[in-house]
Design a protein around this ligand. Sequence first.
Ligand SMILES: [Mn+2]
Length: 327
Amino acid sequence: MIENEKKKLIQTLETANSFVIVGHTQPDGDSLGTQLGLFHVLKNMGKDVTILVRPGEVPPQYRFLPGVNEFTDLTEEATSVDCLISVDVPNLERISEARAWFDKARVRVNIDHHLDNAAFADINIVDIKQSSSSEIVFWILTENGIEIPYEAAVCLYVGIVTDTGRFQYSNTSARTLEAARILVEKGVKPQEIFSAVYENMSYEAIRLLGKVLERSHFRSGFVWSVIEQADMASTGAKLSETEIFIDLLRSVGGARAAGIFKQVGSDGKPEWRVSLRAKAGYDVQSIAARHGGGGHRQAAGFRTDLDVDEVVEEIIEDLNQQEKLKD
Ligand SMILES: [Mn+2]
């Protein structure tokens, strides 16, 4: 069935003239990489392409991506296009204001690898076995002989590198490495990408990282910490720079999962944006789903207005439950 959907996509890419490409809110390397990768490919095919992002939401480590200055503010009034392509987005809520563009588009396409994808479009290409949305797009283009220009190769490579934790997570397959190999053959330089994405933290973010590590807790195989709103002011770091902190927490030996609670919303009523990461054999997607969030087995998130302690207890209980099911 997915092969049929891919055929429909190729047909649409060839026949439609105007495209809008949307990713998810708080975009990561895969969401941005897939959007920009498709942007360059379609431009190369002579198409009229709009790419949407929320202003100010591109994390600094992705500002080197070719085409990053071509984004249109998604809160601008929607225009009607032949085809909207949604990438790395599990459901319509996560495209936020781009919903207006979705409603006006003639054909809607959904390309994603999230477990909980809601198949919300006319053409749905959801493959949870692939490492990233960038990898899905890479193979569709490659298998259909559509040219991937150098700029697109850089963007798709960044999507794959970031979603696989630099080819270390369990979603890294031989096929993933094969995709990376072909992209490198097209001129992508792994060291340059590594340096741009991972060696580009602001000093302010490093100081915030120090605080977050210092106030972390480790109990029953769960490592967690908190980022308060006041921390942003006292260090000058930006919330979008904190995405990778959780990987350090998960790296603790004996940890089954890690969590970071980021305070969002107004100070009067604390609300938390919770990011979770699991080590192989554990599943944080089910935990996030129970709180109305989602993601993948190894990386998921949700929002809550419950107390941190309460949520932590629940997560530990859940991890214990998963442990029992393993025996
Ligand atoms: Mn992704």
